[in-house]
Design a protein around this ligand. Structure first.
Ligand SMILES: [Zn+2]
Length: 277
């Protein structure tokens, strides 16, 4: 096993607001039904307030960067969940596996920023879907990006919004699947956090060796891509359009952690369109 020296040069701390331009639905795992609640509830903290799990936000940013950087090609896609046996034999309709980008290229901007899940992975090596073992031993490093859970900014829910909402923090929307022949509708409720709500989000990017601001730039690109995509479910039907606002980027190194000095404010943007590197 090789060893590669890693030295931590500091941390970028990025704080921002996520403003919802349309209703957001981040669902709960499984299909839990809260008592007196709706069919399809949003995820909430122990106080009953909706929040955006860091894992949802990070997963979305990563998938956008995988597409953007053309990483979904043979030898660079693994099964994080392997297909069930029936599907393995019939690769044409392999429905049960979960695929994502993961690679052992030590210069990969996506894996270096978002991390490599060590363990055994099957890498897809050709367009037939044949797989091989992926060896990550030489490229494993601590993940650079940490995404915190984003909490609801309660002050963003105005009295006026509340008057039009079904619950304290959320609205309920009916979605219809129309029968194409009879036009009969099959309404289903979906709970969402309304447009106009804001969440406080926070990120950490660890800076190693000669990284400088390489991964900070990659990260800001990912945020821009998210604004032209969506967060949560039903995005192709209008849900989950978001905008990042009041972005503040600080840098913390020994001066902060050891000497107790204030961290350095490096950049401040009202919105992402002001970001120019
Ligand atoms: Zn990679």
């Amino acid at each position: 096993m090789k060893f590669k020296e890693i030295s931590l040069k500091g941390k970028y701390i990025i704080d921002a607001k996520i403003e919802l331009l349309t209703g957001l639905h981040v669902g709960t795992a499984g299909n839990s039904l809260d008592i007196g609640g709706v069919d399809n509830p949003v995820i909430k903290d122990a106080m009953g307030k909706p929040y955006i799990p860091g894992s949802s936000l990070k997963g979305k940013l990563r998938s956008l960067m995988e597409f953007y950087n053309n990483k979904l090609v043979p030898n660079q896609v693994v099964y994080t969940v392997e297909p069930k046996n029936d599907d393995k034999e019939n690769k044409e309709r392999a429905k049960s596996g979960i695929r994502m980008h993961l690679c052992n290229d030590e210069n990969c901007e996506v894996c270096n920023l978002f991390g490599r899940n060590h363990g055994n992975h099957k890498v897809i090596i050709n367009n037939n879907g044949d797989t091989d073992d992926l060896n990550l031993e030489d490229v494993i490093q601590p993940t650079r990006l940490i995404v915190r859970d984003a909490s609801l900014d309660e002050s963003s829910i105005t009295k006026e919004m509340q008057d039009n909402m079904d619950f304290d923090y959320t609205e309920v929307k009916f979605e219809n699947n129309l029968d194409r022949i009879t036009s009969a509708a099959n309404p289903r409720q979906t709970e969402r956090v309304p447009a106009g709500a804001k969440f406080n989000c926070s990120f950490v990017i660890n800076v190693y060796n000669d990284d400088n601001d390489t991964y900070l730039k990659e990260f800001l690109t990912a945020l821009k891509l998210l604004e032209d995509d969506y967060l949560g479910g039903q995005g192709s039907r209008g849900y989950g359009q978001v905008k990042f606002k009041d972005i503040v980027i600080r840098f913390r190194d020994d001066n902060y952690y050891k000497q107790g000095q204030e961290d350095k404010k490096m950049y401040e943007y009202k919105e992402l369109s002001e970001v120019k590197f």
